[in-house]
Design a protein around this ligand. Sequence first.
Ligand SMILES: NC(=O)c1ccc[n+]([C@@H]2O[C@H](COP(=O)([O-])OP(=O)(O)OC[C@H]3O[C@@H](n4cnc5c(N)ncnc54)[C@H](O)[C@@H]3O)[C@@H](O)[C@H]2O)c1
Length: 248
Amino acid sequence: MMNRLEGMTAVVTGGASGIGQAFAARLAEDGADVAVADIKSCEQTEEMVRAAGRKFFAGECDITDPLQVQAFASKVEETMGGCNILINNAGIFPLQPFDEISFEDWKNILAINVDSLFLFSKAFVPMMKKNGKGRIINMSSTVYWLKIEAYVHYITTKAAVIGFTRGLANELGASGITVNAIAPSLVRNATTEASPLAEMFDAIPQMQAIPRLQVPADLVGTLSFLVSDDAEFITGQTIVVDGGMIKS
Ligand SMILES: NC(=O)c1ccc[n+]([C@@H]2O[C@H](COP(=O)([O-])OP(=O)(O)OC[C@H]3O[C@@H](n4cnc5c(N)ncnc54)[C@H](O)[C@@H]3O)[C@@H](O)[C@H]2O)c1
């Protein structure tokens, strides 16, 4: 359904690459203007968004730094006129056995994967409240339900994303703002290709009802639905998109 987000502005964290880039492109195809917060260059994403005929804003922003997040939010308000949709997508997922995780590693992954959701929601919810409507989507992961080793810190953060999603949904429902999460399984992209996770590329599809590796394009339809008016009565949920690996 083209243009169903006409007149909306979407903010995507970590939209310079991977899943966030696919999200930014799809939101633009659906009619939204897009602002991306990332520490990497967003040139490619900008091309995609502009090719769809939408406005684009890239703010170099470390999403763990409250001052940078606030400065980014002010710029978005100034240049894009506010925000209707927030996609808390950026995250890191280094494989590290528990014995090797330092307290610095622990604080760093918590800051990127969890604190940033708090900071971005604090910055953008007031803009959504002004509009009487809004959508927040957070990225969790199916690792929360699986037996995967060397991921204590990552599993902790992705469980926290589910808790944050439920808690915030409870408080924002009356303001017309929904808060949901998407939980993919292993997704093939440049980051996973370059990580030891690539060793699981052959095994993972055999654990799924749909026996092929997930790619970012498999997630964009769910995102598009959740941010649309069609999903206005869905909130506090974590939608698993994993080719049928987890059977609930
Ligand atoms: N790839 C997978 O297999 C997979 C599976 C389940 C869930 N996820 C989740 O999906 C989300 C996106 O994953 P991806 O595979 O696209 O990752 P990716 O590495 O391809 O992209 C992440 C983006 O976040 C940005 N980023 C990282 N730290 C940042 C910081 N401090 N400030 C600003 N930007 C920062 C990076 O520059 C990058 O552009 C993450 O939350 C991840 O946990 C990924």
